[in-house]
Each structure stands twice: as C-alpha cells, then as structure tokens.
Write a protein that binds this ligand. Structure first.
Ligand code: ATP
Length: 438
C-alpha cells in the first residue's frame, strides 16, 4: 500500500480501438484514483467504456495511452491482486461447487489440501455452506452467482472489480446478494481493500458505493465524481437516500437551471405552475430510442418532424417532455440526448419505469397530487375533486388534460392507480412516495 492509502491510479488513460480509418477513441483523458477502503461505482450509458476500463485496471488489456499505477508502481500485465466478477459467471458444469471455487487457487499453485480448506471457507462466507458437492445445474441463478463471488474472493484479491454482477439476477436474489456482499465488506470479513463496480442501476450504486463516478460516451470520459455521504446500512426509502438518488439523476440529466426555475411551482403556490406536456410514454420512448441510434445522439428538431412523420405540435410536446424530465437538452434548434436519456433508451422495461418514476416525482404538480392523495381518507380522491382544484390554475379543458397526463404518467411509473368505474385515483401501495420530502 502506498503511504497515502492510494491503491490504484489512472492518469490520462486513453484507449483507441481499430486501425486506419476505422480507428476510434473508446475512452480518453481518464483520471481516477481508488483508495484503500473505498467502494466506487462506475455509471454511464452503454458503450462509454466501462468494461474497457475494468480490463485496463485489472491488466487484462494495456491502454493505448496514459498510465496505470498500482500501489504507485506502473502496472505491467495482469494484476494478480485483482479479480473481476462478471454479470454471469461461467462455471465449469462438470465440476462441483467446491471444485469450481478451488480451481481459482490451483492456477496460483496452492497445494490441494489448502485449496479445499480455503474454498470451503469462501463458500461459507457467501452462505453456500452445505452446497459444496452440488453441481452448477442444481443451483438457482442467485446461487450460481454466489459461487462466482466465492471464486473471486477465495484468491483474496486486494481489488475486487464487479462488472454488473447483479443485473442477470431476479429482483429478490439481486437484493439479497447485494446485502450479503455489503455485510462482508462493511464488516471487514473479506481481505479486499477496494471495490470497483460497474453498474447501470443508479439506486444500486447509491445503495452500495462510497463514490459514484459518472461517465459519458463519444468519446468515453468521466463527467462527475460524486461522494455518497450516507452511512451503512442505507435505507432506500429514507428522504436522505432519495435525495442522493435525485442528485445522481440530475448529474446524468445535465441539469443546468435551479430546480424552481426549471420545474415551476405547485398549484396553489405563488409562481408559475408548469403545464405537463400531453404525451404518451410510448411516443417518448420511441423518440429517445431514435435519438440513441443517431451519431452523436443529436438531431435537428425541424428535420425530426419529417423523419418521425409527426406534426410539429406533437413533436414539440415530446421534445419539451424529454427536456423537462432531463432526458435531452435543447440548443440552437437541436435536441441531444443526455446520459440519462441514453440510459433510459437502453434500459429494460422495469428500469425505465424506475427512472421515469424518479423523474416525475420531482415535478411540483405531481408532488402536489401525491401529497393530496397521502392526506386523503384511504389515500384516494375522486377525479372531480382533483380537477376542481386544478381549475384554480388552468382553464377547465387544460385542467382535464393535465389530469389525463398525470394519471397516464403515474400509472406507467406505478406510483398512481386509477379506477375508471368510480373515477377515483389511488396511491399505489408499493409506492415509496410516502417518504418523499415535499
Ligand atoms: P456496456 O455497458 O454496453 O457493456 P461499456 O460502457 O462497458 O458498454 P465498452 O464495452 O468498454 O463499453 O466499449 C466501449 C466502446 O469500445 C464501444 O463503442 C465498443 O463497441 C468499443 N469496443 C470495446 N471493445 C472493443 C474491441 N476489443 N475492439 C473494438 N472496439 C471495442
């Protein structure tokens, strides 16, 4: 370890791929330091070079530019003090769980009896006691990933790199495994000195890491380095946690104006209540996907109308929504996706809903509706009651349009429910809105 506790240092690291005309810069100007005791998450849209960086850091690949220092010494070749856990671990199907873990020690020349003892111990730590003689096919996805963790940890790496280690698991297994890893890490039960985790999941990063490094692409580069000041164990539903999640979203969205100017005020408050543009989520998603496929993720708004076969009003509504939610920025007649927009366009259905919910919860008019519902008897309100309240702000037709949009967006985000039969709005029971600060 270096005197100041720095484990890893990347200085001006760059990576180019291809040759001749096809040569392109995958990442450039990467300056990153990892100290002993740190858990750092790397977030960014697909293709920004996260996996490339992990390979460079572990020495699986030599960068075409810059310098990688490990404990203040230039890294040459594979770093034996580091290991990567991948999204899905390729276990040997013909070996037992124990053998699959022990095999990592064989490569290091450790004698057989010691290999077995250490493998048993590693399996114990990840909660696989009793499964030593099972074969991979007998295990669930979550258990197989635990074997992957045990195989990575049995070599006692100083630097543990995780490449989206939970993304292939179902929700419950992923959450359980995150908790178990955090317990091992914060409890000092593993000799690992630092963890670097690539993730596509903002909440996961805020839940686990001490720092979040945000990357953008074209070319891949670091755009923010945020410290997460929350103690462990973290409460996902706490106002502090949601506050940090919002901050990370804002960074990804490239928010430039103060919130009160950007978002307007709530109905009944002094100031302008910003009207929600009336758009369907499917159309918004289609626009973001379209932009995501374009070079530079940018398009001339005027041409977009033609290319998407939309009238200018519907298009401008979509563009305004994309900007309001931080999925795109508008400048000089061009629309450009933000990192958050790219993340949304490339995310799974569930992740999209989560991103969308987090973004609309910031909007004063949505906050206003949620707080009214929270205060209401049985957390439900008749449509007419809400519409009448909105008519203090908007003409009746517009108030109705706002209601439609709020209900459509809220349903998609799974924070609101609406019963058409008795024209009543409800708070979704699993919504975390009850802990949102207003
Ligand atoms: P994802 O989240 O989709 O895994 P990523 O952020 O990990 O993406 P990388 O896989 O590091 O990104 O890729 C960065 C860029 O470099 C991409 O444009 C990718 O196509 C390109 N790239 C990666 N590896 C190679 C390679 N061996 N040869 C040529 N291009 C590559």
């Amino acid at each position: 370890m270096s005197e100041n506790g720095t484990l890893l240092q990347l200085k001006q690291v760059a990576q180019q791929y291809g040759s001749g005309e096809r040569r392109f810069t995958a990442v450039e100007n990467i300056n990153l330091t990892l100290a002993e005791g740190e858990f750092v998450a790397l977030l960014g849209p697909s293709g920004c070079g996260k996996s490339t960086l992990l390979r460079i850091i572990t020495g699986l690949q030599e960068a075409t530019g810059g310098e990688v220092l490990y404990k203040e010494r230039p890294l040459r070749g594979v770093n034996p003090q580091s290991t990567i856990v991948f999204q899905t671990f390729a276990l040997f199907p013909w070996l037992t769980v124990l053998e699959n873990v022990a095999v990592a020690l064989k490569a290091k020349g450790i004698p057989l009896d010691l290999r077995t003892t250490r493998a048993i111990d590693a399996l114990d730590r990840v909660g696989l006691d009793g499964f030593e003689n099972a074969y991979p096919r007998e295990l669930s996805g979550g258990m197989r990933q635990k074997v992957g963790f045990a195989r990575a940890m049995v070599t006692e790496p100083e630097l543990l790199c995780l490449d989206e280690p939970f993304s292939a698991l179902d929700v419950l297994s992923a959450e359980a495994l995150r908790g178990e890893l955090l317990e091992l890490w914060t409890g000092g039960q593993i000799p690992t000195k630092a963890i670097l985790m690539v993730s596509h999941n903002i909440e996961e990063a805020v839940f686990m890491a001490d720092r979040i490094v945000v990357m953008d692409k074209n070319p891949g580069r670091i755009v923010a380095d945020l410290t997460i000041p929350l103690p462990h164990p973290r409460q996902r539903k706490s106002a502090e946690f949601q506050g940090v999640v919002d901050q990370v979203y804002a960074t990804l969205a490239g928010q430039t104006q103060p919130e009160h100017l950007e978002l307007g005020t709530a109905p009944g408050e002094p100031g302008r209540t910003r009207r929600l543009p009336q758009v369907a989520i499917t159309d918004l998603a289609a626009l973001l996907e379209y932009l995501d496929d374009l070079t530079g993720n940018r398009a001339d708004i005027y041409r977009l109308a033609e290319e998407l076969g939309l009238g200018s009003d519907p298009l401008l509504n979509l563009v305004e929504t994309a900007e309001l939610l931080g999925f795109a920025t508008i400048a000089k007649g061009d629309i450009t996706l933000t990192s958050l927009g790219e993340t949304f366009a490339e995310a799974s259905i569930l992740a999209r809903k989560e991103i969308f919910a987090t973004r609309i919860r910031r909007l004063p008019i949505i906050k206003w509706l949620l707080s009214m519902l929270r205060a209401a008897n049985r957390q439900q309100l008749a449509w007419d009651v809400v519409q009448t309240a909105l008519e203090l702000e908007f003409p009746p037709q517009e108030a109705e349009r706002q209601m439609d949009t709020m209900v459509n967006w809220g349903r998609y985000a799974e924070i609101l429910a609406y019963d058409d039969d008795n024209a009543t709005l409800y708070l979704e029971s699993n919504s975390t809105t009850d802990v949102q600060p207003l």
